[in-house]
Write a protein that binds this ligand. Sequence first.
Ligand SMILES: NC(=O)C1=CN([C@@H]2O[C@H](COP(=O)(O)OP(=O)(O)OC[C@H]3O[C@@H](n4cnc5c(N)ncnc54)[C@H](O)[C@@H]3O)[C@@H](O)[C@H]2O)C=CC1
Ligand SMILES: O=C(O)[C@H]1O[C@H](OP(=O)(O)OP(=O)(O)OC[C@H]2O[C@@H](n3ccc(=O)[nH]c3=O)[C@H](O)[C@@H]2O)[C@H](O)[C@@H](O)[C@@H]1O
Length: 463
Amino acid sequence: MKITIIGTGYVGLVTGACFAELGNEVFCIDIDARKIELLNNGGLPVYEPGLKALIARNLQAGRIRFSTDLAASVAHGAVQFIAVGTPPDEDGSADLNHVLAAARAIGRYMSRYTLVVNKSTAPVGTAQRVRQSIAAELAARGNDAPFAVVSNPEFLKEGAAIEDFMRPDRIVLGCASGPEGQRARAIMQRLYAPFNRNHDRMLYMDVRSAEFTKYAANAMLATRISFMNELANLADCVGADIEAVRRGIGADPRIGYDFLYAGCGYGGSCFPKDTSALIRTARQYDQPLRILHAVNAVNAAQKEVLAKKMTARLGMDLSGLRFAIWGLAFKPNTDDMREAPSRVLIAELLARGARVTAYDPAAMRAAERAFALDLKHAPDARARLDFAENQMQAVLGADALVIVTEWQAFKSPDFQQLRDGLKTPLIFDGRNLYEPAAMRELGIEYHTIGRTSAGYDESRDTA
Ligand SMILES: NC(=O)C1=CN([C@@H]2O[C@H](COP(=O)(O)OP(=O)(O)OC[C@H]3O[C@@H](n4cnc5c(N)ncnc54)[C@H](O)[C@@H]3O)[C@@H](O)[C@H]2O)C=CC1
Ligand SMILES: O=C(O)[C@H]1O[C@H](OP(=O)(O)OP(=O)(O)OC[C@H]2O[C@@H](n3ccc(=O)[nH]c3=O)[C@H](O)[C@@H]2O)[C@H](O)[C@@H](O)[C@@H]1O
């Protein structure tokens, strides 16, 4: 099938590359000429495992191409995917400017039946606005080419994007009813057929429900994390081990094990933005989402938890101390620094006078850019932040190690070397990577998120 993808970010690139891999002819377009040039030269604007090779293979086979030429790209596809960003507006709502600009471009250049598929995460009612934008452009040039707009939200995770796309749990498709919807549905069914060989993963629904489903999914996942983070903080107080609790509740199939890891808060471009956008939608309808407000507030506080544990142990004034930070990206296997908990932690440590040496396997360059921005008005603090070439170098002579992202390479380090490298054998772990008992045996003072049970002093209990 001939497919156009508008927007070559995480979602557009993965969607385009995966459809090309299945034999489709894919035309990817972006307004960012630098990105397109990079892609045409074999580069990749994002770090995503496996994506570079997948794109290279399909570029060579002539099944995918990249351009800034809107007219040519719209002329190419019978199916046009919109996969542009929907960043938060100042009031937290989703900014639809990019989506509607893409819609107008389609309306400006299409000349035959076109199926427009919105993959960007956008509030209920967006497909309707996309439809209106296209219709207005068509009318302006007296063209009556037929088209349909469907909603096909994306559920991939960064770091596992290709696997998620190629083996989706479900493919949500929101179509209108009637013959127009039937035609769109048949095309999408054909396009996604290779994903449905063993069992049908397509979930058909009306457009507004599909749009809503995307926000509901992210809100549910964010809620699970904030819920566990609150329980972890309480577990620290009562002397319970949140890991044991996670296993204990996860064994109930009604709860399940996934997305119950306590930590130093969720980040990324999606949970923070999508929960805020849903809250904003609810406010518009005077139907406040009280739980989601709490989810966001808990997450904001959780990003401060590591710094709080550090000041409780080391005092409020951290000047004269140097901390090694392992992990800067908001999660492993990505270089994405958007809303990363490391940004809150490092800003706080620097504000308290500390020096910081940070290391991340993939996000160093992105981090340098992020901190240049965050610390624009604090050159003195910026001067106390540097980056190490590897994880052990960061640790050498540091007063403590702080773990913020759970990269595989941090899970089994040489603990003797780690202990000997640190000036003080002290670890603050925001991702609960190690067994507290093993750390005790090694003579390392180990602070976790909700795992202090073994060191709990029962004499603290009141009658
Ligand atoms: N990043 C992720 O893991 C996921 C993101 N989403 C959603 O997918 C959408 C896209 O997200 P990302 O790929 O992360 O965004 P991104 O910011 O990485 O990429 C968006 C791209 O769209 C381009 N663009 C903007 N306006 C354009 C226009 N008028 N014409 C052509 N290109 C244009 C930008 O230059 C940029 O390259 C968002 O709504 C996001 O919430 C959904 C699931 C997963
Ligand atoms: O809409 C989106 O863009 C995407 O948002 C998330 O994907 P992503 O943000 O890439 O990454 P996640 O793996 O969900 O992690 C998000 C954050 O939650 C944190 N997290 C995750 C799981 C957990 O148990 N505990 C926890 O603290 C991670 O450290 C990370 O900071 C969703 O998982 C995807 O399904 C969705 O498509």
